[in-house]
Write a protein that binds this ligand. Structure first.
Ligand SMILES: [Fe+2]
Length: 242
């Protein structure tokens, strides 16, 4: 015989399941497998597109060390629907260096925005968010290159330890050559470091819950013997909207 009221009381006292960890650090296998069925030529063209990024005009540095493009999409079923190009905006509360400024970056090239690689990457990242997918109907895609020379350090995160102001953020390494530094670090909301890693293998990825952890990346300079350091990243912001 069952006692529904007693069972209901026990269920009410049962502790809620713990929230998943606020981030996940994936080796390159996750996205390598996601791209396995896409023609190699398309994948090569996708990664080569980082060689054609305009300088970030909003950086305010004498010598540009950051280059980027940006695009927004609605995630529709298994595909991406490109949205009109608009400025990228962050509140000053989350970005004390560039927040409060509508930053108009160059749009993604059509071959990147409409090609098969970006769709497969975004779909896979969204399947591996560290939490529920609610509120992830839109995404922002940033292609970013940061360079360093003996004369100019590169600053992957000039705003320091910060949030981006989204629900989730994925950080995908595309290329790292001749770089010393650029260590990624995640912090809990009290500012305690909870994860440190230098992304080194192409397609190595960190996916984080931007509401539950802060992040930062240390400055970079050329590795010994290198004339220039290059760090190419694909960032995907997931946020709500229609
Ligand atoms: Fe960030």
């Amino acid at each position: 015989m069952s006692y529904p009221l007693v069972e209901a009381c026990h269920a009410a006292r049962r502790p809620a399941p713990p929230a998943p960890p606020p981030f996940a650090h994936h080796g390159p296998a996750l996205l390598t497998e996601a791209l396995a069925r896409i023609p190699e030529e398309a994948v090569r063209a996708f990664t080569a597109s980082w060689n054609d990024l305009p300088a970030d005009a909003h950086l305010g540095a004498g010598t540009p060390y950051r280059f980027r493009r940006y695009g927004r999409f609605r995630i529709a079923g298994d595909g991406l629907e490109r949205l009109p190009h608009v400025a990228f905006f962050q509140d000053r509360a989350v970005n004390k260096v560039s927040g409060g400024v509508a930053r108009m970056f160059a749009p993604l090239d059509d071959t990147v925005a409409c090609g098969p690689v970006l769709g497969a990457v975004v779909r896979t990242l969204r399947e591996h968010l560290p939490g529920p997918r609610t509120g992830t109907d839109l995404c922002g895609v940033h292609q970013i290159r940061v360079t360093a020379t003996d004369a100019t350090d590169g600053h992957p995160a000039p705003e320091g330890v910060h949030r981006d102001g989204h629900n989730y953020v994925a950080q995908v390494l595309i290329r790292r050559e001749g770089v010393l530094g650029a260590e990624s670090c995640l912090y809990d909301l009290a500012g305690r470091a909870v994860h440190r890693a230098s992304l080194s293998a192409p397609l190595e990825t960190i996916v984080l819950d931007d509401r539950r952890v802060l992040h930062g990346v240390s400055p970079m300079r050329p590795a010994p013997g290198a004339r220039r350091g290059v760090r190419d990243m694909l960032l995907v912001d997931f946020f709500p909207g229609r």
